[in-house]
Write a protein that binds this ligand. Structure first.
Ligand code: HBI
Ligand code: FE
Length: 284
């Protein structure tokens, strides 16, 4: 059954991907045999380039889990990954045609099913692509789903998202997703590292987020994060830093309902805003 495509952020472009293939829950078969040799080659080159950049910039949990994705020289079949992933954390990855609306997105996460876009960027988009493709979704997101605490956080986030949606607070929850799962930094004993998928799958932002003095870095505070608008077409002006995945999970443990009124009355902040209560982290 055809479902409506979704337009992400402020984009005016039509969404990419063939939504006619999608089931009512927006999942679809991974059309693996449709990948061309050029598609596999794009994946292989992206993987090779990005994995070489990780040392000293990506968090240990990510680096340790990356080999669990399996093959590096072609686009993996999602079932091969699930054979390893599901026994470890109970998660499974499911193919989707592209960005999907928030409600079904939260529903998949709440049931420990991570949506992975099945198409890959064209060679002329090698350096930059606005929408998530299979490389961003697999390389960026899936390794940390092998980490039990992080995996539990993502599920709990999905459950919180469903509830937020009922309360009209979906946008506030999107900011939490953005500043943690997509663009989060973590303080390791040996220094600042990236754990967010948007960073880990980007050649430029990986180094920028961890080492540049241009952006500000703030210890993650839930309400501060939910107040902060974000950039979808440039490097982030602000990164939020955690000490451990346990902190993320614990922060998400209670339901967020009580926070929404406080966040709404405090008001939105610009992506690069600084406020007195921020606990700023400087590069050592
Ligand atoms: N759909 N496929 C896909 N991938 C995403 O990351 C995604 C989405 N739909 C909605 C969405 N993200 C955001 O609204 C999150 O902020 C919740
Ligand atoms: Fe993503």
């Amino acid at each position: 059954m055809a479902v409506e495509p979704v337009v992400y952020g402020a984009s005016e472009r039509p969404p990419r991907g063939d939504y006619a293939r999608a089931r009512d829950d927006y999942t679809c078969p991974q059309n693996w045999s449709a990948y061309t040799e050029a598609d596999h080659d794009t994946y292989r080159r992206l993987y090779e380039r990005q994995s070489a950049l990780l040392p000293g910039l990506a968090c240990d949990a990510f680096v340790d889990a990356l080999p669990s994705l399996g093959v590096k020289d072609r686009i993996p079949q999602f079932e091969e990954i699930n054979e390893r992933l599901t026994p470890v954390t109970g998660w499974e990855i499911v193919a989707v045609p592209g960005l999907i609306p928030e409600r079904p997105f939260f529903e998949l996460l709440a049931s420990r099913r991570f949506p992975v876009t099945d198409w890959i960027r064209k060679p002329d988009e090698f350096e930059y692509i606005v929408e998530p493709d299979v490389f961003h979704d697999l390389f960026g997101h899936v390794p940390l789903l092998f980490n039990p605490v992080f995996a539990d956080y993502v599920q709990r986030y999905g459950a919180g998202g469903l509830k937020a949606d009922d309360l009209g607070a979906g946008e506030l929850l999107s900011r939490l997703y953005w500043y943690t799962i997509e663009f989060g930094l973590i303080q390791q004993a040996d220094g600042l590292r990236a754990y967010g998928a948007g960073i880990l799958s980007s050649s430029g932002e990986l180094c920028h987020s961890v080492t540049s003095t241009a952006p500000q870095r703030i210890a993650l505070d839930l309400q501060r994060c939910m107040r902060t608008r974000y950039k979808i077409d440039d490097y982030q002006a602000t990164y939020f830093v955690i000490d451990s995945f346990q902190q993320l999970f614990d922060m998400t443990a209670p339901d967020f309902t009580a926070h929404y009124a406080a966040v709404r009355s405090a008001g939105d902040l610009a992506a690069d805003a600084t406020i007195a209560s921020d606990s700023r982290i400087t590069l050592g």
